[in-house]
Design a protein around this ligand. Structure first.
Ligand SMILES: Cc1cc2nc3c(=O)[nH]c(=O)nc-3n(C[C@H](O)[C@H](O)[C@H](O)COP(=O)(O)OP(=O)(O)OC[C@H]3O[C@@H](n4cnc5c(N)ncnc54)[C@H](O)[C@@H]3O)c2cc1C
Ligand code: FES
Length: 350
């Protein structure tokens, strides 16, 4: 397989990239940071300018990379592959306190598989070697059919060889209905790569923390809470977990015990179809009641693209600036086909 050189400006860093490898993959494995979120050509976060050379633009969603942007020499580097030596210009700045952990391949042995709520499974994978990651980041699992699917890590970075994932079933989904909820079994070996993503806890920020999760968007929040505890607590942290009914509130007992043991942490379930502790409503609605003004907090939002969009609106209405909001959208193939989730504002962080 031929190998080409990718030069990343303004760093001037040179990275070797195989012809069958994406530019982002080569850079992240070499420890050269480039912005990215979905890694599947859907969100547009990894858009970079090609200054010189020729890239195969790959499977970029036409919604995330418009024809006019292609014509102007832009590429989504998470799906673009080199046809020769290439120079790109990316936004290579990394926020203070965020560590860069090069992406690596691992084999995970499935040691735990549990149905924790209707259509939600908790997976525990024992990796052959430790994986360094920031609380909030995700891994990619390779399915027996050869697809890759991203899942946020729910365990703490300190437990580096044991990773926990929370997976929601998608009707007719290739990875979930076709594998994880069908024939995946304890003892199976699963190819894992990671860590990926820029949605991670920002340890350098000292404001109170709002964690806003919809469904399995709870996964990265569980990692973040444990990271904060391991680093001595100190910050005030409020977690809202959105679900339909009490039965959907997985990790409920764990979170209640965690809240009882750590006075700096508060857990507020938000149920859309049932009352809980005298309240009922989705996360954006409860948030609006509790925080007429949210300025002064840092918010982390994670869940389906619809959940993230609605929660972002509530936060902005409460006067929280985009620079104080971090988001992770759980895109899937349907979102990609619909092209509804591209975030075009440079002020919105992923
Ligand atoms: C950064 C990131 C982190 C994530 N973390 C998590 C996590 O921690 N937990 C979690 O549960 N999920 C997470 N997700 C979502 C997850 O990666 C998968 O998208 C999800 O599990 C569905 O995968 P699947 O292969 O089963 O479904 P897919 O095969 O991708 O299909 C999803 C749905 O789309 C439909 N569909 C398929 N193709 C099309 C098409 N062409 N047109 C219209 N509809 C179509 C399917 O019928 C199905 O209902 C994350 C996503 C991202 C981007
Ligand atoms: S990270 Fe490349 S399009 Fe989302």
């Amino acid at each position: 397989m031929r190998t080409y050189t990718i030069t990343v400006e303004p760093l001037g860093a040179e990275v070797a990239c195989r012809a069958d490898q994406t530019v982002l993959d080569a850079c992240l494995r070499d420890g050269v940071w480039l912005p990215h979120a979905c890694t599947h050509g859907t969100c547009g976060t990894c858009k970079a300018r090609v200054l010189d050379g020729d890239l195969d633009l790959g499977d970029a969603s036409p919604y995330a990379l418009l024809d006019s942007e292609r014509d102007d020499g832009a590429a989504l580097v998470c799906v673009a592959r080199p046809r020769g030596d290439v120079t790109i210009e990316g936004e290579v700045d990394v926020e203070e306190g965020v560590d860069i952990h090069p992406v690596r391949d691992f084999t995970g042995t499935l040691t735990g598989l549990a149905d924790v709520a209707p259509d939600v499974r908790r997976l525990v994978l024992e990796l052959t070697e430790p994986m360094a990651f920031n609380a909030g980041q995700y891994v990619q699992l390779r399915t027996p059919g050869g697809q890759t699917r991203p899942y946020s890590v729910a365990s703490a970075p300190a437990a580096a060889t044991r990773i926990e994932l929370h997976v929601k079933r998608s009707r007719n989904g290739a990875a979930t209905d076709g594998w994880i909820f069908k024939d995946l079994a304890v003892g199976d070996q699963v190819p894992v790569s990671g860590p990926y993503g820029q949605f991670s806890f920002r340890p350098a920020r000292e404001q109170p923390v709002l964690l806003l999760a919809g469904g399995t968007g709870l996964a990265p929040m569980k990692s973040i809470i444990q990271f904060i505890r391991q680093n001595g607590g100190g910050l005030r942290v409020v977690l809202y977990h959105g679900a339909a009914t009490v039965a959907d509130l997985y990790e409920h007992a764990w979170l209640e015990e965690f809240a009882a043991a750590h006075p700096w942490f508060e857990y507020r379930p938000a149920l859309s179809r049932e009352e809980h502790r005298g309240r009922r409503g989705r996360v954006p609605a409860l948030l609006a009641e509790d925080y007429p003004r949210a300025a002064g907090n840092v918010a982390y939002v994670c869940g389906s693209p619809e959940f993230v969009a609605d929660t972002m609106k509530a936060l902005m209405k409460a006067r929280l600036f985009p620079r104080d909001i971090y988001r992770e959208d759980f895109f899937d193939s349907a979102d990609r086909a619909a092209g509804t989730n591209v975030v075009r504002s440079p002020l919105i962080r992923r």
